[in-house]
Design a protein around this ligand. Structure first.
Ligand SMILES: *Cc1c(COP(=O)(O)O)cnc(C)c1O
Length: 495
């Protein structure tokens, strides 16, 4: 199977090449030229398989230039070796009225692990396959979760180094400790004096600096990115839609062939887009419910067909969804239209005017699959409290947004198909907001006291990766000003 850019024909390339390059030369995202179809026999055959085996089957349909053995090796290194704290990598908790797909049993307790454990393996294998001899340097600017998940995924992966920049004082204490205690021979973590935008624009500047790239090439190093537009980050996420479905059949919640709904807490549109691929492949999904916080640009888009980022930015208790440009939406537009020229036009409008309009006809087509709504922080907290009271289960804030919007969907449409809430983080990861929702006063508590207070209420233990932080030594001390980021990169390369 070949891959091309959402914005133009360009050269059609293999998936290994698409994963190494990340972004197409015309600024578009790589998409598969066709979406493989599966039948009922395929679905039935997944039923007996482990998560890793399911992943290997599904990835094999998209990554046709990788051998079976290569894929199996990547999957085993990503999800094996006791990196996940459950037997099923993505377990489903079933309740009477809903099911919850828990995607946070990996090393950093958030759903980004599902993809960022596998991407480095796919990339390292791709380097071998394509005979690439240069070393790859992954640069990441992070406002919190992505940095740690990427560090964990890329640590000690051959032929790749990773360097993470975070805003000094701009991440939570736990997030900072998670990064500063990171082990691995090929990792570097550096604080940038400034906010997230400073760190992010500094990284973007490095990517755009041809002279600097030349300099790196002199050291045998090329740059790449681990952010969520890379095809190698999207394709692993398709797997858990299938695994959730097989779990529901196993639990007797549905009969094989029944259609189900998924409610997804959405930011960059990567998680929910993987559900769209699963549906196109033939998984019986009725609706994908796009759940947002007060940054409700996607709710408006999926209701009106107008994407407009010219609006106030809100800081919410679901920071991983505080996003006004959802990059992966571009892939949906491409697949719905099959038209790279129009897709490129909308992306140009977005860049120049901050908005685009896809028109009523296309909107209708998108609405056949997608439904959208948003909730306030107050509603999110209220839901956490209510779910704890009625089910003695504690969802994190992002999960609570999806749960709340799923209820709105049910009330507004009457559709009572099986509903899967996609749960993207452990409640321990956002412990302060969760405890407030449960009516606790948290003033003056440090992160470890927050964790322990939450543990008193929660049946699930504190994840190992968070519990062990207190005792781990800080290994990274680098701090730089924004203008010094390139020097910091060179110093790391020479080290
Ligand atoms: C990244 C993230 C999301 C949003 O996922 P997208 O793929 O960006 O839509 C939701 N919840 C959590 C906890 C996340 O880390």
């Amino acid at each position: 199977m070949k891959y091309s850019s959402t914005r133009g024909k360009g050269a059609e390339i293999d998936s290994a090449e698409a994963i190494i390059r990340g972004l197409a030369d015309d600024g578009g995202l790589f998409v598969p030229e066709e979406i493989p179809a599966v039948d009922e026999a395929f679905l039935a055959s997944l039923q007996q398989l482990s998560y890793e085996e399911q992943a290997a089957r599904i990835l094999g349909l998209f990554l046709t230039d990788y051998t079976k053995e290569e894929i199996r090796g990547c999957v085993d290194r990503a999800y094996g070796h006791r990196k996940f704290d459950t037997e099923r990598r993505a377990p489903v908790r079933t309740f009477e009225d809903v099911s919850v797909l828990e995607l946070w049993h990996g090393p950093t307790s958030a759903f980004k692990d599902m993809a960022l454990q596998l991407l480095p393996q796919l990339m390292s294998t791709a380097l071998k396959k394509t005979g690439e001899t240069e070393e790859v340097l992954i640069l990441v600017a992070t406002s919190g979760d992505t940095g740690k998940a990427a560090l964990e995924g890329f640590r000690d992966v051959p032929q790749i180094r990773i360097m993470v920049f975070y805003p000094e004082g701009g991440v939570s204490r736990i997030q900072q400790l998670q990064m500063l205690t990171q082990e691995g021979k090929n990792v570097n973590v550096t604080a940038v004096k400034g906010n997230f935008d400073d760190a992010q624009s500094g990284v973007k500047k490095i990517f755009g600096d041809a002279e600097f790239s030349q300099k790196l090439a002199g050291y045998g190093v090329r740059l790449s990115s681990a952010n969520s537009i890379n095809w190698g980050r999207l394709v692993p996420q398709i797997v858990y839609y299938f695994s959730a479905y097989t779990e529901l059949v196993k639990a007797g919640k549905i009969q094989s062939g029944d259609s189900v709904n998924f409610s997804v807490p959405t930011g960059n549109f990567g998680d929910i887009l993987a559900g769209f691929y699963a549906k196109c492949m033939g998984l019986p999904i009725h609706k994908l419910i796009c759940a947002s916080n007060a940054n409700n640009v996607l709710t408006d888009f999926l209701r009106t067909g107008v994407y407009d980022r010219n609006r106030d930015f809100h800081k919410t208790i679901t920071p991983s969804m505080d996003i006004l440009i959802s990059s992966n939406l571009e892939r949906l537009l491409y697949h719905i239209t099959g038209d790279a020229f129009r897709t490129a036009g909308w992306m140009r409008d977005l860049q120049l005017q901050g908005r685009y309009d896809i028109g009523a006809e296309l909107l209708k087509k998108i609405q056949q699959t997608f439904w959208a709504d948003w909730v306030s922080d107050e509603e999110t907290k209220e839901l956490i409290h209510r779910v704890f009271q009625s089910k003695h289960y504690i969802p994190d804030t992002h999960t609570a947004v999806a749960w709340n919007v799923a209820e709105k969907y049910h009330q507004s449409t009457g559709d009572d198909r099986a509903m899967v809430i996609v749960s993207t983080a452990s409640p321990y990861k956002f412990n302060g907001s969760v405890l407030e929702a449960l009516g606790e006063t948290t003033a003056g508590m440090d992160e470890f006291q927050l964790l322990e207070t939450l543990q008193d209420k929660n049946d699930a233990p504190i994840p190992e990766g968070l519990a062990s932080l207190r005792a781990k030594p800080v290994l990274h001390h680098g701090v730089c000003r924004r203008e010094e980021m390139e020097q910091a990169v060179l110093a790391f390369i020479r080290s």
